[in-house]
Design a protein. Structure first.
Length: 450
């Protein structure tokens, strides 16, 4: 009898322990990633080159798989010890090298070789490589960075064999770095631009990015999820004797296809770091990213361009950005964005005037760009314009003259030279035509609101 009692007691204890483990396992399995995020503090606003990862991203969760395609033999690249260091990205160092393409006889390309500093971070490595491989070699045209392939290289600065990506070389580095060389207050690199920037060139940068996203969204059916000036690259060239920039979208580590089995238009958070200052409210609130989320990010990028590389929400932390957006959602005010504070709006005029742009021209640029930012940063995703709408509006700016000097490089104009377009939203709203010329879109140039 005593033995039976002991056995029953042991069985009950074991049952309780097993039940506890099962409950803990079930709870962890079904925990939503965005419920456990740790938000980073306000970063140093104006680092040279590309900013460090934790300055812009917050912790999340995720995983990835990868296909072994586009592999490049290390013998076809410049020897690792002879590569030239050109900068540091969010996840590793970038080197200038030469690539002898075996598919093109006697052809040598200048390339940027992107190493991953944390070789153990296989999720990030696989995600970005998978995205590039899925995009294939469609880049290089229509403002998307060209991808040559990937390789394994034992570089002297890295303790073990590292995966690297081999991409098109853009000689002016990232867009935020390039813009800051023109901003006398933000240029910490010690190098000054050799000429003044013009409104026309800034507007062309805006158009370049919109065209790249139009191509990525409508032709390739991808959403980027990390659109920001730091993730765009710049090259300089001349058109009709004038200097212009070509901006191409890069860094596809968070990019996802919009073509999926269940035909949903959003993705749950499956990533390690979140660019909180560039992400739309629906992603911050619910942990999902809709295809129109890239439009909000583009609105924030417009602020970066027109302020010559200033950090969005410069005087508050990531946690404060998140809290303010959540408060606006809860109160249904929907007012907080990169233009909410007067000091942020004043940064636009201050930056333009500081580089010698005439006051009237700077004021016109302010009105045009803030109008675009306002409609891009709408809290209701379906009320945001598409990238087609945005390109239509940008092309109508007087300084660009319909982008006539650049139409050959734009996907937007491919096969459309003889067509005319009205600015209509592709979104499902109560009205089929969105009035983007509404007077309430643009706040007064200088007001007293803070």
């Amino acid at each position: 009898m005593k033995t039976i009692v002991v056995e029953i007691s042991l069985f009950c204890v074991l049952l309780v322990v097993v039940s506890a483990f099962v409950a803990i396992w079930f709870k962890q399995r079904h925990k939503k990633p965005y419920m456990t995020m740790e938000w980073t503090v306000n970063p140093d606003c104006f680092e040279p080159d590309l900013a460090q990862r934790d300055a812009y991203y917050a912790a999340g969760a995720g995983g990835a798989q990868v296909k072994a395609e586009f592999y490049i033999n290390v013998e076809d690249l410049t020897a690792p010890e002879e590569m030239t260091y050109i900068g540091t990205g969010n996840y590793g160092d970038i080197y200038l090298a030469e690539f002898k393409d075996p598919e093109e006889k006697n052809c040598i390309h200048k390339v940027a070789v992107k190493f991953f500093k944390d070789v153990q971070d296989t999720k990030k490595i696989h995600k970005e490589r998978e995205a590039f491989q899925t995009l294939g070699r469609t880049g290089g045209f229509y403002h998307i960075t060209y991808y040559f392939g990937w390789s394994y290289i034992n570089h002297p600065s890295i303790p073990m064999m590292s995966t690297c990506l081999v991409m098109e070389y853009m000689d002016c580095k990232s867009l935020n770095h390039y813009l800051r060389t023109y901003n006398p207050e933000k240029n910490t690199s010690g190098r000054r631009a050799d000429e003044s920037i013009t409104i026309k060139r800034l507007l062309k940068m805006c158009a370049d990015v919109a065209d790249g996203m139009f191509f990525l969204n409508e032709e390739l059916k991808f959403i980027h999820r990390d659109l920001a000036a730091r993730n765009c690259l710049v090259a300089r060239h001349q058109v009709n004797g004038e200097v212009y920039e070509t901006v191409k979208i890069s860094d596809f580590g968070l990019t996802r296809s919009m073509i999926n089995d269940d035909n949903k238009d959003y993705y749950c958070l499956d990533i390690n770091y979140i660019p909180i200052r560039w992400w739309p409210p629906e992603s911050i609130e619910g942990g999902k990213f809709m295809s129109l989320g890239d439009i909000w990010s583009y609105g924030v990028l417009l602020f970066e361009i027109i302020t010559l590389g200033c950090l969005p929400y410069v005087d508050i932390s990531n946690a404060e950005v998140k809290a303010e957006i959540m408060r606006n959602i809860e109160l249904n005010t929907h007012e907080f964005n990169v233009l909410s504070k007067k000091c942020w709006r004043d940064m636009i005029l201050k930056s333009l005037l500081a580089v010698g742009i005439p006051a009237k021209e700077a004021e016109d640029a302010y009105n045009n760009i803030t109008k675009l930012i306002k409609i891009c940063c709408h809290y209701e995703p379906t009320k945001r314009p598409t990238f087609r709408d945005l390109l239509d509006m940008i092309a109508q700016f007087d300084q660009l003259n319909g982008l006539k000097d650049f139409q050959e490089e734009y996907f937007f104009y491919k096969g459309r030279q003889d067509e005319s377009y009205s600015i209509e939203s592709d979104c499902e709203t109560e009205s089929t035509t969105v009035n983007y010329e509404a007077t309430d879109v643009v706040k007064p140039l200088l007001d007293s609101n803070s």
